[in-house]
Design a protein around this ligand. Sequence first.
Ligand SMILES: [Mg+2]
Length: 370
Amino acid sequence: MAGQRTILHADMDAFYASVEQRDRPELRGRPVVVGGAPEARGVVAAASYEARAFGVRSALPMSRALRLCPEAVRVSPRFDRYGEVSRQVMAVFRSMTPLIEPLSLDEAFLDITMQTTAHGGAEAAARRLKAEVRRVTALNVSIGGGANKTVAKIASDAGKPDGLLIVAAGAERAFLAPLPIRALSGIGPKAEALLTAAGIRTIGELAEADAGQLERMFGSRGVQLREMARGIDQRPVEPVQERKSISAETTFAHDVVDGSDLRQELRRLADEAARRLRERRMRARTIVLKLRYSNFRTITRRATRAQPTDERDVIAGEAERLLDVVVEPGDRFRLIGVTCGHLSGLEASGQLSLWAPGDARATPAGDAKL
Ligand SMILES: [Mg+2]
């Protein structure tokens, strides 16, 4: 089909825990839980598959995790190490295509539309990528693929661990239909509860739902969700040239929930980024929001504008909109950051990192910078 894309979603399996098991052979085959100490009210940042068999999951309080699985070995997170491995993994991805969009340390979208034929098809390309990640890092990556981001992401989840699942062109809707709505990346607990109350439990049911009803529930996002449920998603894979970016971020002394403090800090960071852009007579076309949750999961989400900007209100508005999309009730954050990328203007070179005053802890290198 003309215009058919091939998108892969690659996601390392139990990333932090797998790195620990790789680096410490005595941990292999044992339940490993990465996270803070239970005495310090730590939470689980990652659990090995052996620990998951006991019901241990990310974001559980560590005390609870150790009750579920008393023989688990707890390991404190080593973000420098994970950042190092992350850079190796992203370099492997980039060796296949320059069109990679990292979503976190261990997860990225790749647009391999132009490379598929040379590799003998999407599945062969994905297989090669898995083998190369394994050769370089000795770790497993799960890969899903298909015509767009929605399908690729769900396919990588469906295949875990050590998965490889390519959804054939034309089969998107049938693949998605039987899955629960929460499998869609735009649907968190809040949206899931609303949809379930409306009798919509599967992606297939969402695909058939009334547009007006969805719009009343979710605004303009409602129709986009239904399109995704139908296997339609035009969003491009957006590589960020992080070497040409300006970042401002804050690590909080205590975890912060969504509310006026978080929003105020976000606007302050936007203000700081805008000021530095103007100082350098540059404008940004992408605004990236970075969030680190209390369980150490770190995500980035980006918005791309048609017109580059150096205006504080525009940058803050985009960042807040991204926050609105990802935040769920009860989420707690230990870090928030704003990066302005795709700069145009004078001397758009060099990563300019702006640490917030009083920021005690360096962020893992290569995190949002990938
Ligand atoms: Mg992962």
